[in-house]
Design a protein around this ligand. Structure first.
Ligand SMILES: *[C@@H]1O[C@H](CO)[C@@H](O)[C@H](O)[C@H]1NC(C)=O
Ligand SMILES: *[C@H]1O[C@H](CO)[C@@H](O)[C@H](O)[C@H]1NC(C)=O
Length: 696
């Protein structure tokens, strides 16, 4: 008996060592639609109450990648959302645990938001982040949880043996620094080590099976997905989302969005001070440059707006997306790429930020010690940025007290304590969120920190938006731990931004002093960045030495049924007087050519009656004999789905299709799929169809 077991054990050991050497990693990729309510919910990002959703340009997707080495695994998910909240991640992990036990847990799941500013909000729970969306929106939250869960489930089901390949390269003309004056606060000796004031490197992990067939890609390039500005009301995944769609279309033989097997994410990284609006800011009323530090024109920020490189926001989105896609394609083809080998490891710890003290190195090499503060937002936070200015009389770079109106509002909410004031200096406190408990916690106090390694490639999952230099310093600290622990000189650190938790911005200590928007939004005070430097150093050291850390304190969690919500549900849809739901009120033109935009208007129910995940509100169809072939749906660049309330409960949708190159001539039609709701009844389906039209 003993002998047999021993024999079996040695055979197993022998086998597993052979398998390990020939099979490398276990890799699974998956993509799922996670689009939020298509209309009636405010977008998350610009904090503009007027920016309410009213249709779809590009659907939202969750893209999941599982990488295992036979012992350990890590799941990385990039999601087309503004950011990730603790509750969202917790709910995804809980859902997964019902099927997979503890295979996917708080330790090994990284969920990173792309930071698009064109998607529905209301899923964050912390009051600060839901207030501009009029509170918690359960439908958004459930839609995101469900989509992300499904992407990971699909990735799990697709696991095969494969390899990981790393590449990187420079992409120019696609990002600029939107706070160059802050960047200049970093010492010259440090800045001179870099060619640009933003990172221009795109990092790519390519996943292939053992026959070198591509499974998927994760690309990281630092840029805010704010090519679409705050006047946009159509759901969009913005520049990074469109880059992903272009790549997936290419790799999947023109499959429709989300329907191909090969998945390519363009994930967020140290984009804190990085804008895609490459023409830079000007005063749109006078054409003159804005004030460099205040980002103001004639004393207010409202007219200091950045744009470009295109003529309008759609063209700008397309240009930046195409640049990223083209670069990623070049990296994928493999020159200078290296295969990643070595074990998979991941470590996670929650940290109570206000109670931390850290000793760390500044840009000039000197050492400083400082402590965390209770969370608070500075005055210049309300000024917004040149990608989307604020609405009141705030400017950037405010280190003195502001107007009396805001001082009054502030004192109603919560007066900062003397300790808060001293701790955050030189930041003048607008919102002492750490003191604000009404109606519940405003900003997190306990945050998630996490570090994964695949061989000697580290992925640092950070809970917010690191600026360029803040990101570089963090990467250097981790790389230093790696090289001194024998991981080799070619060790690479990738920063995965807006992961797991959201805590606004993280600037360097030097940048913080100027109190532009990013510094004013660095919530735990001047040493926030230093605390992260020492925390990730600790994570890296523990991970490389096979040690483990305690899980840290438990973050505040919310009962979703008790969260404040001012977004009313859909009670009732009424058709218009003479026409039933689905009636095509305005028919498309009878003939059209490539490049033209064809449109049709339908009597509609509210799009919030159904998220239509994995489905569509519209199709464009071509007649092939007795059949109709779908040539476009609502997730594609060339279509737009626009919703409008025409009278009380009466609504219509306009469907537009810009006929792309390569469309075959023939007979076409547009269909609309919706649901309508009567009082106290569940929504019922209806279908609308337009007259046919000819594409010449
Ligand atoms: C947004 O972009 C459009 C062009 O697409 C432009 O007309 C408008 O002025 C921009 N608005 C803001 C606030 O950036
Ligand atoms: C997971 O949880 C959410 C709510 O937390 C729920 O709406 C969703 O349907 C659940 N199931 C799946 C498979 O995502």
């Amino acid at each position: 008996m003993w002998k047999n077991s021993f024999k079996l054990l040695s055979i197993t050991l022998l086998l597993s060592s052979i398998i390990a050497s020939i099979s490398g990693y276990q890799i699974g990729v998956g993509i799922a639609d996670c689009t939020g309510p298509a209309a009636g919910v405010n977008f998350m990002g610009y904090a503009q109450l007027a920016q309410k959703g009213a249709g779809i340009h590009l659907r939202q997707f969750a893209r999941a990648f599982i990488i295992g080495d036979g012992t350990k695994r890590v799941a990385f998910v990039s999601v087309d959302v503004g950011m990730i909240g603790y509750g969202l991640r917790e709910a995804v992990i809980e859902n997964l645990s019902k099927v997979y036990g503890d295979t996917y847990n708080i330790q090994n799941v990284i969920i990173s938001g792309t930071h698009t500013h064109g998607t529905p909000g209301g899923f964050m729970q912390h009051f600060m982040f839901d207030v501009t969306v009029l509170g918690f929106v359960k439908q958004t939250y459930d839609g995101y949880v469900e989509g992300i869960t499904r992407a990971i489930t699909k990735a799990h089901e697709n696991i095969v043996n494969g390899k990981v390949i790393l590449n990187n390269g420079i992409l120019l003309d696609s990002n600029i620094n939107r706070s160059p004056a802050s960047y200049l606060q970093n010492p010259e000796s440090e800045r001179s080590q870099y060619d640009y004031n933003v990172d221009k490197d795109m990092y790519q992990l390519k996943f292939v099976d053992n026959s070198d067939n591509i499974l998927g890609l994760i690309n990281w390039f630092p840029v805010h997905p704010v090519s679409m500005n705050n006047t946009n009301h159509l759901i969009t995944s913005d520049n990074v989302g469109y880059a992903a769609l272009l790549m997936e279309k290419h790799l999947n033989n023109n499959a429709f969005p989300g329907e191909g097997k090969i998945v390519s994410a363009f994930a967020s990284t140290n984009l804190g001070d990085v804008s895609p609006n490459t023409k830079g800011p000007i005063c749109i009323d006078t054409g003159l440059p804005c004030d460099e530090v205040a980002s103001s024109c004639g004393g207010t920020v409202t007219n200091c707006i950045a744009s470009g490189p295109g003529e309008d926001m759609f063209e700008s989105t397309e240009i930046i997306a195409t640049n990223m896609y083209t670069k990623a394609l070049e990296l994928m083809s493999g020159a200078n790429a290296r295969e990643v080998t070595g074990s998979v490891n991941v470590i996670h710890q929650f940290v109570d930020m206000p109670s931390q003290t850290a000793q760390y190195t500044l840009g000039d090499g000197s050492t400083i010690t400082g402590k965390g503060c209770n969370s608070a937002m500075g005055y210049s936070f309300a000024a917004g940025t040149t990608d989307g200015p604020g609405e009141f009389d705030f400017v950037q770079g405010m280190t003195g007290e502001g107007t009396s109106l805001w001082n009054m509002v502030r004192s109603i909410l919560a007066k900062p304590s003397q300790e808060d004031i001293d701790c955050h200096a030189p930041k003048p406190i607008l919102l002492a969120t750490g003191q604000m408990k009404d109606p519940y916690e405003w900003q997190p106090k306990i945050v998630s920190t996490q570090l994964a390694m695949i061989g000697n490639v580290a992925i640092a999952a950070v809970p917010g938006e690191f600026t360029t230099m803040a990101g570089r310093r963090l990467k250097n600290v981790i790389k230093n731990v790696m090289t001194t622990n024998g991981a080799g000189a070619e060790s690479t650190v990738i920063l995965a931004g807006l992961s797991n938790h959201y805590t606004d911005y993280i600037t360097t200590y030097e940048e913080y002093q100027l109190q532009r928007y990013e510094g004013a939004s660095t919530v735990y005070g001047p040493h926030t960045h230093g605390i992260y430097l020492s925390q990730y150093q600790k994570l890296a050291t523990a991970l490389l030495n096979g040690g483990s850390l305690d899980s840290g304190p438990t973050p505040h969690s919310f009962d979703t049924s008790k969260l404040l919500s001012l977004v009313a549900p859909v009670l009732l849809d009424t058709p218009d007087l003479d026409n039933d739901f689905g009636t095509c009120k305005t028919q498309p033109a009878k003939t059209a050519s490539i490049g033209d935009t064809v449109s049709a208007v339908f009597v509609a129910g509210h799009p919030r009656n159904d998220l239509k995940h994995g489905s569509t509100f519209l199709t464009v169809e071509r007649q092939d004999g007795d059949y109709w072939t779908v040539v476009a749906n609502d997730a594609m660049w060339e279509t737009k789905f626009k919703w409008e309330r025409t009278y009380l409960a009466t609504q219509e949708v306009t469907i537009e299709w810009t006929i792309p190159e390569g469309t075959s001539p023939g007979t076409y039609r547009i269909r609309h799929f919706g649901k309508s709701k009567s009082l106290f009844a569940a929504p019922v389906e209806y279908i609308g169809v337009s007259n046919t039209f000819q594409v010449a």
